[in-house]
Design a protein around this ligand. Structure first.
Ligand SMILES: Nc1ncnc2c1ncn2[C@@H]1O[C@H](COP(=O)(O)OP(=O)(O)OP(=O)(O)O)[C@@H](O)[C@H]1O
Ligand SMILES: [Mg+2]
Length: 365
């Protein structure tokens, strides 16, 4: 039963939010097509919940307009916006059964009982809650409670679903399972979904596009792999990917054949695959851990401080002479260096990014 949601597009136009003198969102613009699964990803305090709450009508905007399905909803009450929100705290009514929790919002707007029954039954089937309908929240696990909270949103048959960190109270295994359920739900309903999280794995696995936010601004809005392979800024490069990208301070040297060359802090000059661009002086060379591997002919040398064995990969934390700690990815089956050993590391310069003084990224061709 795929519903059609041509009307589920969302747009923020020049939206700002101030609390007293404190500007939380300076000027926000974002447009989401109907049916998209979008993640707002960013560190704590960057304004994700504020944006969602303004969209839901729980918080007024300071300026700007918000529209849903082409209709300006900036002044509308939450119940008139055609959206449903699921929070981190699922806030079910403890004295009501699962069935009544799901039906409550619909009874409030005086929907016919037969229609309520149909919707609750459909949502219960979709979320595999049929056997739990007569239970109270106390008699459910955390994951089941979160499914009920999602069910409460589903029965509204909204144009768009808003999720504010709905998985962060669940344990790791349950989080993964519920994440898959959300992906399936999106596929089945085809509704617009907007998902707020500071967990990049959640954002990367669920969303078809991700807005990476920093201090109330969008740093980059792109598909998951685009963010990973071509991060627009130093911030995105450091935030997306785990473990984080390594950043080595370097000085721009004379170009070689139209490509940037840089001088490392150990004095060596290396050529990158980044086409020449206008900027000189201090910059940073960015390399993912799997672009740095132990090798006798490596350009870097340092002392092994920590070894993390993850099974499919082994991470070496290596302290360079200039005090910089880099994380290198070593194939797990190779003979492991000892802690305290001095080793050489090879940088795969074909995959190195450059970040100029302004934080803008320059990628290999
Ligand atoms: N009612 C309020 N009064 C003043 N400042 C507020 C208010 N609500 C939020 N803020 C501030 O606005 C900023 C953004 O808050 P918001 O809750 O949107 O962040 P968030 O990105 O959702 O963070 P988290 O990941 O921790 O949930 C924060 O600096 C916060 O302190
Ligand atoms: Mg929040």
């Amino acid at each position: 039963m795929k519903m059609t949601h041509e009307l589920g597009g969302i747009e923020w136009r020049d939206v700002s939010k101030r609390y007293g003198q404190h500007t939380v969102i300076p000027n926000f613009n974002l447009s989401i097509a109907a049916g998209e699964f979008i993640a707002l990803l960013g560190p704590s305090g960057c304004g994700k919940s504020t944006l969602l709450r303004m969209l839901a009508g729980l918080e007024p905007v300071s300026s700007g307009r918000i529209s849903i399905g082409g209709r300006d909803v900036t002044e509308l009450a939450p119940g008139q916006r055609g959206i449903a929100m699921v929070f981190q705290q699922y806030a079910l009514y403890p004295h009501m059964t699962v069935r009544d929790n799901m039906a409550f919002g619909l009874r409030n707007i005086r929907m016919a009982e037969a229609e309520i029954e149909r919707r609750v039954a459909a949502a219960a089937q979709m979320l595999e809650l049929q056997a739990l309908l007569e239970r109270k929240p106390m008699q459910l696990s955390g994951g089941q409670r979160q499914r009920v909270a999602i069910g409460r949103a589903v029965v509204k048959e909204p144009l768009a679903f808003l999720f504010d960190e709905p998985l962060s109270n669940l344990d790791a295994a349950l989080r993964t399972r519920t994440r898959l359920e959300l992906a399936r739900l999106h596929k089945r309903l085809g509704a617009t979904m907007l998902f707020v999280t500071h967990d990049q794995v959640e954002a990367m696995t669920l969303a078809n596009r991700i807005a990476v936010m920093n201090q109330g601004r969008i740093e980059q809005f792109a598909a998951p792999m685009e963010l990973y392979t071509r991060p627009a800024t130093r911030f995105v490069a450091g935030f997306v990917g785990s473990p984080s990208m390594n950043f080595l301070p370097v000085q721009r040297a004379a170009d070689e054949d139209g490509y940037c060359a840089v001088t490392l802090s150990n004095g060596a000059t290396v050529r990158t695959a980044v086409p020449s661009f206008a900027a000189d002086g201090a910059m940073e060379l960015g390399l993912r851990p799997d672009a740095i591997t132990p090798s006798a002919d490596g350009q870097l040398q340092g002392v092994v401080e920590v070894i993390e064995r993850l099974g499919d990969r082994t991470l070496l934390h290596v302290l360079l002479a200039d005090g910089l700690l880099v994380v290198a990815d070593a194939p797990p089956r190779e003979a492991e260096p000892a802690i305290g050993a001095t080793i050489r590391l090879r940088m795969e310069l074909q995959r190195a990014h450059l970040f100029d003084a302004a934080g803008a990224a320059h990628h290999p061709a």
